[in-house]
Every structure is written in C-alpha cells, then in structure tokens.
Design a protein around this ligand. Structure first.
Ligand code: PNS
Length: 159
C-alpha cells in the first residue's frame, strides 16, 4: 500500500490545496490530509470545521483520509507508516522554506518530500488571501469549493 500525506493548516482548504490532493490521490493508494494543529495561531475555522470541509470536498476521490495532528509531522508519518510528504510549490518564493522543512524532516526521520508544481491558475492563491478578500466582500467563488464559500459567507457574516 503506497501512502502519502498532504499536511497543512487548511484554514480553509482552497482550490489550490484541492488540486494537489487530487493529484496525490491519483499517484498513491492512500492519501492522508493532516490538519496540523498550531495552538499559537488562532484560525478563522476550528480544526473540526476544517476537517469537515476537507472531508466533504475530497469524498469523491475515495482514497483520502482526513485527520488532525498536534505535534511533529514526522511523528504523524511514523505512527501511520507514511514514507512520503506531498507539497505544492506555487512559486520560487515557496522554495526556500519548503526546502528547509523537507531537509529537516528527512534528517529527523528519513521521510521524503515530493514537490508538485501548483497549477498556474492557483499560483497566487493562499488561505490567508482568500480570507482577506472575502472579509472585505471580494469574490472568491473561483478560488474555493462551493462548500467552503458557503462556510466563509456564514462565518464572516456572523462576525
Ligand atoms: O498550510 P501551512 O500553514 O503552510 O502548513 C505548514 C505545516 C503545517 C505543513 C508545517 O508548519 C508543519 O509541518 N507543521 C507541523 C510541525 C512540524 O513538524 N514542524 C517542523 C517542520 S520541519
């Protein structure tokens, strides 16, 4: 069984994340989406809400498991016998930090990181920008799945 993990904060999941997860799901038998918990970062969505949205929008792939994890990504991988991390690279600016993390993770446990070039349609896309644009009433309907758009509308209208 070939397994890989797509880790992230997913606050919320965007079409850019989904593109990487769907491509990973075609390359691996089982893809784990790990919502990594960072207690020092208060998100717009609670961890359980992020998980619910990711489950909803990845259900059609049939081989995606969505979980949260508090701790090091390498420990998550070790516990589940996952040898590979799949990450999207949007631009050269992502590369420095992603390379550092990949080398650190490999040094800690031998886990490999595979970089997938992001679909150019999403090369500028991030959860933070989606939240900022949506907060000020901008249209993000082409950047997130419909379920996420609804959740954003509800959350931002409530605030
Ligand atoms: O979506 P993000 O916030 O860019 O994802 C970053 C994430 C969660 C993948 C990264 O911060 C991470 O792996 N955190 C888990 C803690 C950890 O293992 N840190 C050491 C990385 S070398």
């Amino acid at each position: 069984m070939r397994r890989a993990v797509c880790p992230g904060s997913f606050d919320p999941i965007t079409n850019g994340h989904l593109d990487i997860i769907s491509r990973a799901s075609r390359l691996y038998d089982e893809v784990y989406v790990a919502v990594m918990i960072n207690k020092s970062k208060k998100g717009l969505f609670e961890i359980d809400e992020r998980i619910g949205l990711i489950r909803e929008v990845t259900a059609e792939y049939g081989n995606v498991v969505v979980e949260s994890f508090h701790g090091l990504l390498v420990d998550y991988c070790k516990e589940r016998d996952i040898p590979a991390i799949v990450k999207g690279l949007r631009a050269v600016s992502d590369f420095d930090y992603e390379l550092q993390m990949a080398q650190m993770n490999n040094g800690l446990s031998g886990v490999e990181t595979l970089f997938v070039p992001t679909n150019p349609t999403y090369s500028f896309l991030s959860s933070s920008l989606v939240k900022e644009v949506a907060t000020w009433g901008g249209d993000v309907s082409h950047l997130v799945p419909p379920a996420v758009l609804t959740a954003l509308d509800e959350r931002l209208r409530a605030d």
